[in-house]
Design a protein around this ligand. Sequence first.
Ligand SMILES: Nc1ncnc2c1ncn2[C@@H]1O[C@H](COP(=O)(O)OP(=O)(O)O)[C@@H](O)[C@H]1O
Ligand SMILES: [Mg+2]
Length: 283
Amino acid sequence: MYTIVIKGSVNMSASVYVVGNFKGGVGKTKTVTMLSYIAATRKNRKTLVIDLDPQANATSVLAKTGDISEVKTSVTDGVINGNLEPEIIHVIENLDMLAANVKFRNFGKILMKMFPDDELAQITYLKKLIEPLKEEYDSIYLDVPPTISDFSDNAMMAADHCIVILQTQELSMDGTKTYINYMQYLIDTYNTKLDIIGILPCMLQPKARVDKKVMHDAEELYGNNVLHSIVKYQERLKAYDSEGIAMGHMFNGKPDHWDKVAHDLYENILNELDEHEKVLSGE
Ligand SMILES: Nc1ncnc2c1ncn2[C@@H]1O[C@H](COP(=O)(O)OP(=O)(O)O)[C@@H](O)[C@H]1O
Ligand SMILES: [Mg+2]
């Protein structure tokens, strides 16, 4: 008996992505929400966002995007009950989420209580919970808080691929290096499979120039992992925090210019990441 697995068929299981950097305000949540939105709307991929940050920024953006006035369930309930499926919230066609809330700040305590003295069980719990969901989705994106913690450990252990944020206005790559070194530590210690699928330069200061030296150093150190697309400051991307992500108004039958610029950028990023994923999987 042979089973033929065709890409995109129901036999494929989702790719799981974590977006990382151990700093706040560098564009992690923006990357997760935009990539998942574009994967769902322009690539027709069945996509799930799991918000693992108790600050719930991704939850808030996606709730606005889907006109959801009250978020009634959360990933916290799923973690406590050992089943995430009943807590999934539908956002828009092809896009679902597992919402975070402040109760999720107790994730570490919940894990300690469930698995006392078993660190491996603690940091692989999310991976176990995600496993049955992988059959239902093409892509799963994890949004994490900027700390070395049970949140980031669980996300790294559950993910197949990591998208690392490179802050170009920092004049150094310290944040990126620290994150990649920690990733390597987890891979070595627990023999888990996780790769860097791309390093995404983000510069969120208005009117800042791309720091050529940092880009040069990053390319020297990480080669082709550094994406050609660069996320620059865009008012429209900021506005999506309060308005939700949308294609906005149409003018003369055409989409608004700034929405199109924002969405095209993340489509290009997704295309680059797809190419890298193909190379990594040896296709
Ligand atoms: N390209 C961008 N242009 C303008 N504002 C941005 C851009 N990317 C992110 N922001 C804003 O910067 C702030 C921090 O971004 P966020 O993605 O929440 O960072 P993190 O998740 O790393 O803490 C948010 O207010 C967000 O709307
Ligand atoms: Mg965030």
